[in-house]
Design a binder for this molecule. Structure first.
Ligand code: OGA
Ligand code: MN
Length: 288
């Protein structure tokens, strides 16, 4: 079966048409899907009424799954391979811990030593309007830099922290998160282990470059993020229930816009495919 594809934007992404994840899929069809994933950075599969087990099972075809030890509070108690991204309040009525997940430009698990290969996010409940996610093509962003800038950043490492856009909301969680996830230095220019292409690897969890102060690093970090998030490098996804969006964390970054009424429910579940080891624990002296 030749998998049919429809481009999602000029910058990146493709919709995969005519597949049904409740049915068995041959190795050759999956091979075409994986090829499309490498070529387009993001895949969208609409209308998939799948169970949690089917979500996990399909995700495993991409590689070994993260059991989310780095984010223990956000995983499903019975399915550690599923990370909840939800604003549905907890059983005791307190706000969900993951209601701000993803609201900074980032690549999943970049703050760990095994950053993710890719993520598969399933939309279970979406608000009537908004709650969109934007994605950036980090190959295109890297390639559009001048030779001088490419040379300047070639050997830099960004220090990635596990922070979310909820500073001050839950100090106990923040403390636990910091303890579980010490700052990790990642190359700013990363060679994709499968395609061999260079991509920018930066985001809003980076507050400094290794060996430099925050004050020195800030202008260049700000420039690189502003550059990478120019509209021509982006795709903006408007979710429908039963959408599955799959992204390659090694050559894209994304942000949850939070552009919706918090009284409306938004419930997403994510599997995270483990990548290859990358980066090192940041030298303490460089962490300001
Ligand atoms: C994620 C994430 C974005 C969103 O699940 O990794 O960043 O829009 N989600 O929910
Ligand atoms: Mn994310």
């Amino acid at each position: 079966m030749a998998v049919a594809l429809r481009p999602l934007s000029y910058a990146l992404g493709a919709e995969v048409l005519g597949i049904d994840l409740t049915r068995p899929m041959s190795e050759s069809s999956f091979g075409e899907i994986y090829r499309a994933f490498l070529d387009h950075g993001i895949l969208l599969i609409r209308g998939q009424k799948i169970t949690r087990e089917q979500h996990i099972e399909f995700s495993r075809r991409f590689g070994e799954l993260d059991r989310h030890e780095a984010l223990p509070r956000d995983r499903h108690p019975q399915y550690p391979e599923l990370l909840m991204v939800t604003n549905v309040p907890q059983a005791d009525g307190s706000p969900s811990n993951s209601r701000y997940t993803g609201q900074l430009w980032h690549s999943d698990m970049s703050f760990t030593l095994v950053p993710s290969l890719g993520s598969l996010l399933r939309a279970a409940k979406v608000p009537p309007v908004g709650g969109d996610t934007m994605f950036a093509n980090m190959y295109a962003a890297y390639e559009a830099l001048s030779a001088g800038m490419q040379k300047l950043i070639a050997d830099l490492h960004g220090i990635h922290r596990p922070e979310r856009k909820n500073a001050g909301v839950d100090p106990a969680w923040e403390q636990e998160n910091r303890r579980l996830n010490p700052p990790v230095a990642q190359p700013v220019v990363r060679t994709h282990p499968e395609t061999g292409r260079k991509a920018l690897y930066i985001g809003e969890k980076v507050k400094s470059f290794e060996g430099m102060t925050q004050e020195e690093s800030r202008p260049l970090i700000d420039y690189l993020i502003r550059h990478a998030t120019r509209p021509q490098f982006l795709y903006r996804h408007q979710w429908q229930p039963d959408d599955i969006v799959i992204w390659d964390n090694r050559c894209t970054m994304h942000v949850a816009l939070g552009d919706y009424d918090p009284a409306q429910r938004r419930h997403m579940e994510r599997t995270t495919v483990l990548g290859t080891p990358c980066g090192h624990v940041a030298a303490e002296a460089a962490v300001h």
